[in-house]
Design a protein around this ligand. Structure first.
Ligand SMILES: [Zn+2]
Ligand SMILES: [Zn+2]
Length: 97
């Protein structure tokens, strides 16, 4: 009947200790924006899509909405809604809403 050992925290895995600023959990399918913000792929896609959809109503016709980082609003060139323009997304982590 020994007391259980203290649980040692798993170290050396930066993603495990990093919290996504949107859902506050360790990012799954982490994606990094060109400006260096790290979020879950899902959170990033949802946030950018929401921003684009919201912006589509306020933009003058013909103007193309630019994807922006949800954290600092830096533009994400090359955003195509399928993982383009961000770093670290796996090809199969495509989220369609
Ligand atoms: Zn998240
Ligand atoms: Zn950013």
């Amino acid at each position: 009947m020994n007391p259980p050992h203290a649980v040692s925290i798993h170290e050396g895995e930066p993603l495990a200790v990093y919290s996504c600023p949107i859902c506050f959990s360790p990012p799954s399918y982490a994606a990094m924006t060109p400006c260096g913000h790290l979020l879950c792929g899902e959170c990033l896609f949802t946030a950018v899509k929401t921003t684009i959809q919201r912006g589509a109503y306020t933009l003058p016709p013909g103007e193309r909405m630019i994807a922006r980082c949800p954290m600092c609003e830096a533009p994400i060139p090359g955003w195509d809604g399928k993982g383009g323009g961000v770093i670290g997304l796996r090809p199969r982590a495509v989220f369609s809403l």
